[in-house]
Design a protein around this ligand. Structure first.
Ligand SMILES: Cc1cc2nc3c(=O)[nH]c(=O)nc-3n(C[C@H](O)[C@H](O)[C@H](O)COP(=O)(O)OP(=O)(O)OC[C@H]3O[C@@H](n4cnc5c(N)ncnc54)[C@H](O)[C@@H]3O)c2cc1C
Length: 324
């Protein structure tokens, strides 16, 4: 059997799981094996019925009084127990932060290798997988050993397709043996992002700031520019490392992928790990003090100069145009 871990947030399905099920169903069909799914936490029970339309014949409902929110080690332990009782040939999850995190813990607890962000799989022993590396700039062919095979499916690569499983959907309720050490990492507080500003991934204009901005206060003029253009502010990892902006604002390989009409990159050098996150932008305007900055090779327009001088002038001009 092929087992897919369904990702949800307190009962809200992450649509990436449907991509993973589409990928898993294709593998299961080729191996003539059933596709089964695991839903962790009582709040997700209602999702079970809908999974049959994606080829799932059996859903394992993991229930435990402490599984009321995401806790990666507890989720991993739940999967480990299913591996022991159900003996799947492969276990897969979405290649999201949570999917990769849970399967990495499963790998650590079972001493099995895990292949992250796969786009193709050729079963056998070992499996041959193609996986995305370096934020999409490289596709790697790798061999995946172990029993079961642990892999995650690269997001946005597999078009979701329905394919109903035959027969009645079987539900199997299980209660894992979890203890305090499984809850060392857990959600302790949820903080709603403030304001009614447009989100980074939906914004038509994104103003990005890098190390060149110099401080969290330095972002004031970038915030103003984004507000004037009804856009959002993003940043490089150098900025989140400094604690100038939250990680939610980070653009790049380990941050958000953006595809705005215009990306204004201020004081950002253009490391590959950053540019993979903004390569979907239709147009890039660079503001940088260094005429040799690598990001200039991606720019349609550039202003060479100090962003602390250029951005306020830009803001003043836009205000004039808007009669503000
Ligand atoms: C595994 C891994 C994952 C990573 N993931 C990410 C990721 O998701 N996102 C990401 O961004 N990075 C990521 N990085 C880090 C990445 O490699 C770079 O270190 C980072 O992007 C550099 O940030 P920066 O361009 O802001 O800083 P720098 O490279 O230091 O560049 C600063 C730029 O600002 C310019 N500048 C300085 N002062 C001014 C001024 N007053 N006016 C105008 N310009 C000025 C400089 O000329 C320079 O070009 C990752 C790295 C690794 C190893």
């Amino acid at each position: 059997m092929i087992l897919g871990l369904i990702e949800h947030d307190r009962g809200m399905l992450n649509e990436m799981s449907l991509e993973m099920l589409t990928f898993g169903r294709d593998l299961a069909n080729r191996l003539n094996l059933p596709l089964e799914a695991v839903l962790i936490g009582e709040g997700a029970n209602a999702l079970a019925e809908g999974l049959q339309a994606y080829g799932v014949s059996k859903v394992h409902l993991v229930q435990h009084p402490r599984l009321d929110d995401y806790a990666p080690e507890a989720w991993a332990q739940s999967v480990v127990e299913l591996i022991e009782s159900e003996k799947p040939q492969a276990v897969m999850a979405s290649g999201t932060d949570r999917g990769n995190e849970v399967l990495a813990y499963v790998g650590a607890r079972t001493n099995l290798p895990m292949a992250a962000n796969c786009t193709e799989v050729e079963p056998g022993d070992p499996y041959t997988v193609t996986r995305v590396r370096w934020g999409g700039s490289l596709l790697e062919e790798a061999h995946l050993t172990g029993e079961p095979k642990l892999l995650t499916v690269a997001p946005f690569m597999i078009p979701v397709e329905e394919g109903e499983a035959a027969g009645e959907l079987v539900l199997n309720t299980v209660t894992p043996a979890l203890d305090d050490k499984d809850f060392r990492v857990r959600v302790v507080e949820r903080v709603k992002s403030t304001g009614d500003t447009v989100s980074l991934t939906d914004a038509r204009v994104v103003v990005g700031g890098g190390r060149g901005v110099g401080s969290s206060e330095g972002f004031e003029s970038l915030d103003e520019l984004a507000a004037l253009l009804e856009g959002a502010v993003g940043c490089s990892r150098a900025v989140t490392n400094q604690g100038w902006r939250p990680h939610a604002d980070q653009i790049g390989q380990t941050g958000a992928r953006i595809a705005p009409d215009l990306y204004i990159a201020c004081g950002i050098s253009g490391a590959i790990q950053h540019t993979v996150g903004c390569k979907g932008a239709k147009q890039i305007l660079v503001i940088n003090a260094d005429p040799e900055a690598p990001i200039l090779s991606k720019a349609g327009y550039a202003v060479i100069g100090d962003l602390h001088e250029v951005v306020p002038v830009l803001n003043a001009e836009i205000k004039k145009l808007k009669n503000q």
